[in-house]
Design a protein around this ligand. Structure first.
Ligand SMILES: Nc1nc2c(ncn2[C@@H]2O[C@H](COP(=O)(O)OP(=O)(O)OP(=O)(O)O)[C@@H](O)[C@H]2O)c(=O)[nH]1
Ligand SMILES: [Mg+2]
Length: 324
């Protein structure tokens, strides 16, 4: 819900031109000197890493930039309306709603990407412009034009290098926390994470962005649990860390259940590189069934514990090798 939003953006109207004539003590019949209207303010979006959801656009759905001011006497231009610069999370796609069509207009891939979204109206002309040899006292002026208005749909598809996925409660947020400086909510119940958490991991002077994706369950691609709205975030990751809780009776079934949901959502996700990680392996005393051992071998899974930090260094190495 917080990674899509419908909003209305309206640029400011241009100020009207002004009609006035110079009337001063010693210039009783001065010429026209009505100034132009100011430009209407425009609206820009700028991409920022500081945000990772669109919650602001649920709180406020209508954005208006300032109108330009009317022109003044003495040929003075009205003040321009102020532009509005609205931060959006990196990874935001902007669609324009036209009838029942949605047209993609911008994709904010990089930090600080800035785009003009709606252009402010033009200021009108003051009567000075209409002076001619045949008309020394023009009363004409023009009105400022309306600013652009658009209905937009914002859709956030995070751009992370690494996506952490798995069933609810499998330890995804805990892993994000120990790999990065992020401080996500962690709790012993499913669906603790309701919006993706982001963190950065530095390996050998390179920085990678990790996204902890809310838990997936069987049927997620058809709307079960938190549904398919988070699956789209997986599309733009380079690699996946797929967590399978060691306490699952059947590790392979747990793994394949989630993988099926990814493929049902988007076939191309089948090709995404991944590291299968068996989580919560706090002690070697955990007895694994022969089937589980076979699965671990076949898929070259890594057994880790976020509690004891077992194999976390190994995991970091694996991440680096897979991603570079
Ligand atoms: N014993 C043990 N517990 C862990 C480990 N990692 C996570 N946990 C616990 O497992 C529970 C769930 O952890 P989270 O990190 O919130 O799990 P999650 O996958 O983010 O869960 P959702 O956000 O609900 O999908 C918490 O009680 C954690 O303390 C681990 O390595 N060992
Ligand atoms: Mg979580």
């Amino acid at each position: 819900m917080l990674d899509s939003a419908n909003i209305l953006v309206q640029a400011g109207k241009g100020g009207d031109g002004f009609a006035s004539f110079r009337r001063e003590k010693y210039v009783p019949f001065g010429g026209p000197w009505g100034g132009d209207g100011g430009e209407g303010g425009s609206i820009f979006f700028v991409a920022t890493k500081e945000l990772n959801n669109l919650v602001n656009f649920h709180r406020k759905k209508i954005y208006q930039a300032q109108n330009g001011e009317t022109g003044k006497t003495k040929n003075m231009k009205g003040k321009n309306g102020e532009d509005l610069i609205i931060p959006v999370p990196v990874g935001t796609l902007v669609y324009e709603k036209k009838g029942n069509k949605q047209i993609l207009t911008h994709d904010f891939i990089n930090e600080k990407d800035i785009k003009l979204i709606v252009q402010g109206g033009k200021g009108g002309l003051g009567n000075t412009h209409f002076k001619s040899s045949t008309n020394q006292t023009p009363k004409e002026f023009t009105l400022g034009t309306q600013g652009d208005v658009r209905n937009l749909i914002l859709d956030l598809k995070l751009i992370a290098d690494i996506g952490i996925i798995g069933f609810p409660n499998s330890g995804k947020s805990t892993l994000l926390k120990i790999l990065t400086k992020a401080n996500p909510k962690i709790a012993n119940y499913p669906f603790t994470t309701l919006d993706p958490n982001l963190g950065t991991l530095n390996i050998k002077n390179k920085t990678f962005v990790l996204a902890d994706i809310p838990g997936l369950i069987e049927g997620a691609s058809k709307g079960k649990g938190l549904g398919d709205k988070f699956l789209k975030h997986i599309q733009r990751t380079k690699i996946l860390i797929h967590l399978v809780d060691v306490n699952n009776v059947d590790l392979e079934l747990a793994y394949k259940t989630i993988t099926r949901e990814l493929i049902d959502f988007d076939k191309s996700l089948k090709k995404k590189k991944e590291i299968i990680v068996i989580s919560k392996y706090d002690t070697e005393e955990i007895s694994l069934s022969p089937e589980s051992l076979k699965f671990i071998q076949k898929y070259d899974c890594l057994l880790i514990s976020s509690l004891t930090h077992k194999n976390i260094d190994e995991l970091i190495k694996k991440i680096y090798n897979l991603i570079t």
